[in-house]
Unconditional design. Structure first.
Length: 172
């Protein structure tokens, strides 16, 4: 398969929501965590196409067939006082990998960041996902091993928001 001249990277449209949601489920399965997908196509549609979208997405097409997607949203660097882009999901169907499609999509998002005056383009990758880690290294990405990701979700998020958690003396 050749990706020359037949690959198009375009902004996602409302009609792509079901495809993107299927890709999100596919990515969760690849990452061995399909039970973690709690969203729905309707919630995704609302996040991407509301009056004030929370995120954006691009679609990779090969000969008019959708074969990949990437979903991203804005961030802000206080150190640079500039916006950034956070790449939340990046997925190409397995049978279309290693043909330059992911690279074209990745470069498109980098160009969006440059066009918007962003100082950073960030994402995370699972430490066991060697193909992704190798791809990002090939693209010149710097692994941020000194930073530890943290997350509050579900009951823990609710507990902190309500003031019923974090009353111990550890930390701050």
């Amino acid at each position: 398969m050749s990706s020359d001249g037949t690959v198009e990277i375009r902004a996602a449209l409302d009609g792509d929501v079901e495809f993107m949601f299927a890709m999100i489920v596919g990515l969760a399965e690849y990452e061995k965590s399909p039970e973690s997908v709690l969203g729905t196509p309707d919630l995704l549609r609302e996040a991407l196409f509301a009056d004030r979208p929370l995120a954006e997405a691009v679609i990779a097409e090969l000969n008019g067939e959708r074969v990949g997607f990437a979903l991203f949203h804005g961030t802000f660097s206080t150190w640079h006082c500039r916006p950034g882009i956070w790449l939340e999901d990046f997925f190409v169907l397995p049978e279309y990998r290693r043909h330059g499609i992911g690279e074209r999509m990745f470069r498109q998002i980098a160009q969006i960041a440059v066009d918007r005056g962003c100082s950073r383009f960030n994402w995370t990758a699972l430490d066991w996902n060697t193909p992704a880690l190798n791809f990002y290294a090939k693209m010149g990405a710097e692994a941020m091993d000194e930073w530890t990701n943290h997350r509050l979700s579900g009951d823990a998020l609710l507990a902190v928001a309500s003031g019923s958690a974090g009353t111990g003396s550890a930390g701050a």
